[in-house]
Ligand binder design. Sequence first.
Ligand code: COA
Length: 273
Amino acid sequence: MANQEPDLVEVVKDGIYIIRFNRPKRKNAFNDKIMLGLAPALERAASNPDAAIAVITGTGDYFTSGNDLSNFSKGAGSGGGGGASDKKGETNLEQLAQAANGSFNRLVKAFIDFPKPLVAIVNGPAVGIGVTMLGLCDVVYATNRAIFHAPFVSLAQAPEGCSSFLFPRIMGPGKAAEILLFGKKVTADEACKLGLVTEVFPDEHMDQIWPRLHQWAKLPPVAMMRAKGLMRAHLKDKLHEVNDLECKSLAESWTTEEFMAALMKFFTRKSKL
Ligand code: COA
């Protein structure tokens, strides 16, 4: 049966605001609908009085394969950062820079400012922003099928999602460098040992996550927000500063010959995990 749901599904159930990437045929790659829709979805989750916690997850076998690279190929298209194409579907370097500093910056900002507990349920492999956003989540549960890959340098892009700051803090500078500089792929168990993933579940037991989330969603919501606010308070300004710097760097990287060559390589010979 055809997938009738939108590319970004939002459901509120039993105190949990669930945001689900829903482009399984494209491995949940972030097109404009997801890239531009995710920040408003998080804002709705933050203000929804029926939701004490929020979950992000994906449909199908992938969590997300990151930025939809075909956005760039449509004459550099909508620029992965979202919303950079003009009415003719064309773009220019200035639009790409605006996308990075505008919509992409706003997306990461929404993660930084999210006031309620945010849980990622990583239902399959995660690439690019699908990996980096995890550093901004409070709890990360992953299937044992998940693989984590941040191929920023091989795509001649800059790391984002505050990963340049958070990953060295979470896992130490050497391990962060292997992932962010050299694009080392790590398994769910390795990511758990590194502290990026909180707990790994056998794929067939992923449904065990929900009963505990339902219990936690019944905890006093204001107290949960207060505790999260305190945990993030010391880093918030720094994270916004890092986000601005990373987006500036991302905008520059999208205008390089190296990046165009990397895109050509992807579309002529697709990489496999
Ligand atoms: N951007 C654009 N298209 C993507 C995509 C992405 N991020 N992720 C998947 N797709 C597309 C594929 O091109 C393919 O399209 P097609 O059916 O028209 O050929 C379709 O989704 C299915 O993916 P496919 O490559 O056939 O699946 P796979 O299991 O062999 O490989 C990936 C999956 C994710 C390893 C591979 O698609 C890939 O390397 N994608 C790019 C990931 C990436 O570099 N993201 C940016 C990070 S900064």
